[in-house]
Design a protein around this ligand. Structure first.
Ligand code: FUL
Length: 492
């Protein structure tokens, strides 16, 4: 849509005022995203690859005593792994470079417990290199999972391990190009092999790893990377491994430790994580991690238990549709490829999502707002109708506002997408969408958090020519970038 032409059209025909040329943007409200977080919000859907010795030993958590020679994928092909991810619409891929068993998928200088000691490619292979390069070839960003818990390393639990962990991270962050996300899981401490000690080692989760120092290292080596853990500092765990965000799901969050003390990776009151904290002091949006299979690693016995495209679609609505991201694990098998049922499900899901958002019915509409910031074209409601940059904003102090959209003719609508202009914070507390049928307005959707993205799949599609968005309450004058309407999925 050509906005200047539209605005002109509306200002001479329908709009109650002629928009003024310019005005200052709204002041940011509360905690706001950093540029790296804003870039992350655009990815929405990306892959996890759980792949290591467990793939060959049929385990979920290796003990750390696995013989490295068990790692021997017979037909490893990074392109064959990444292509189906790209075709499904994924924007990135995060690889388990080291899981809890301590086996490193790259030839690290920090330990012999790595691909270098495996039979695969006579010890000359590097899974991290191959996947990172294939990701770039296919337009996906690359991220790394490096388990802090290491059940193989004799130093784990002593002060000597932490610098070693940082050296591993340094290798990953310097030798494999740009990294979009660094993933630290929260499972740490317990029994393991530990260089032959075969004992239980517990650590102080808040102090042992010296997280602030490690995170500074990430900032220095990869300033564009977001850091994920139970508590951020950039992206938070959603509090479950089912792929489901809370409703509401606020991007702001003040994490608290499991027993009310300071929070740390592995020590968080997970009941708060799905919803976050309204007016929390950090911008810490949720990431929903879930596997396409029951387990995180590939197991032959689970080949018949791959999530269907319908199940994936439901998860998409429960994660991306609530302003979080959808991190879907698709584990390579013993060949070093994705299994056929996983590829088939991904492919169909990708098609479904593309079809769902193919025709934005709102684009052909006329839109009016109850308030336009400084009556400026820069903040005109027409911005809501196009996916191009630009947003609708109101004057300061406006806590209730709305837009009314008139389509050229009645349309059947089954899906709605809304986006706040989150660069200025999460300003909206509650909102509803209404449709006009038989001369009366009725509510078709309502929620509290809006944020980066909000999707509504209507139980009952509605046929109408007029729709309105009502901001029921906003803590600061609302700023939104999208109000899209789509036909019911499955209907052309
Ligand atoms: C957890 C791990 O314990 C699981 O094995 C898996 O990697 C999951 C994504 O994170 O913390």
């Amino acid at each position: 849509m050509n906005l200047s032409r539209r605005s002109l059209l509306i200002s001479t025909a329908a709009a109650p005022w002629a928009y003024a040329a310019s005005a200052a943007p709204p002041a940011p409200f509360g905690a706001c995203p950093s540029p790296r977080q804003l870039a992350w919000h655009k990815r929405e859907f990306y892959a996890f690859l759980h792949f290591t010795v467990n793939t060959f030993t049929n385990k979920e958590w290796g003990y750390g005593d696995e013989d490295p020679s068990v790692f021997n994928p017979t037909e490893f092909d990074a392109d064959a792994i990444v292509e189906p991810l790209r075709d499904a619409g994924m924007k990135g891929v995060i690889l388990t470079c080291k899981h809890h068993d301590g086996f490193c998928l790259w030839p690290t200088a920090t330990t012999d417990h790595s691909v270098r000691s495996s039979r695969w490619r006579n010890g000359k292979g590097d899974v991290v290199r191959d996947i990172s390069q294939a990701a770039r070839r296919h337009g996906l960003d690359f991220g790394v999972y490096l388990s802090p818990w290491d059940r193989n390393n004799s130093a784990y639990g002593t002060p000597a391990y932490v610098p070693l962990y940082r050296r591993q991270l340094t290798e990953l962050l310097t030798n494999y190009g740009p990294i979009f996300e660094v993933w630290h899981d929260g499972a740490n401490g317990g029994d393991g092999y530990y260089g032959g000690a075969r004992e239980r080692r517990t650590i102080d989760k808040t102090a042992y790893y010296g997280w602030p120092t490690t995170w500074n290292l990430v900032r220095r080596l990869q300033p564009g990377a977001v850091i994920f853990s139970d508590v951020g500092p950039d992206i938070r765990w959603v509090g479950n491994e089912k792929g489901i965000a809370g409703n509401p799901c606020w991007a702001t969050y003040d994490p608290v430790g499991e027993h009310g003390g300071p929070a740390a990776p592995g020590d968080v009151r997970a009941a708060d994580s799905p919803t976050g904290t309204r007016h929390g002091s950090h911008w810490l949006p949720a990431e929903c991690d879930v596997s396409i299979r029951p387990g995180w690693f590939w197991h032959e016995a689970e080949n018949g238990r791959v999530k269907t495209p319908q199940a994936l679609r439901k998860l998409y609505f429960e994660s991306v549709g609530r302003g979080a991201s959808f991190l879907l694990n698709v584990p390579p098998d013993r060949r070093g490829r994705l299994a056929d049922p996983d590829i088939a499900s991904l492919r169909q899901f990708g098609k479904d999502v593309r079809a769902m958002f193919a025709h934005n019915l709102a684009e052909r509409g006329r839109i009016e707002a109850t308030n336009v910031r400084a009556r400026s074209a820069r903040f005109a409601p027409e911005h809501l109708l196009s996916l191009a940059a630009g947003y609708w904003a109101t004057d300061d102090g406006v806590s209730q506002a709305g837009v009314t959209l008139t389509l050229p003719r009645p349309e059947r609508v089954g899906l709605i997408r809304l986006r706040e202009e989150i660069a200025y914070g999460q300003r909206i507390d509650s909102f509803s969408v209404e449709a006009e049928t038989n001369g009366a307005w009725s509510e078709i959707a309502r929620a509290e958090s809006l944020g980066a993205c909000r999707l509504f799949l209507l139980d009952k599609p509605v046929e109408a020519a007029r729709f309105r968005l009502r901001i029921l309450h906003a803590a600061a004058g609302p700023a939104l970038r999208e109000f899209s309407l789509y036909p019911p999925p499955g209907v052309a």
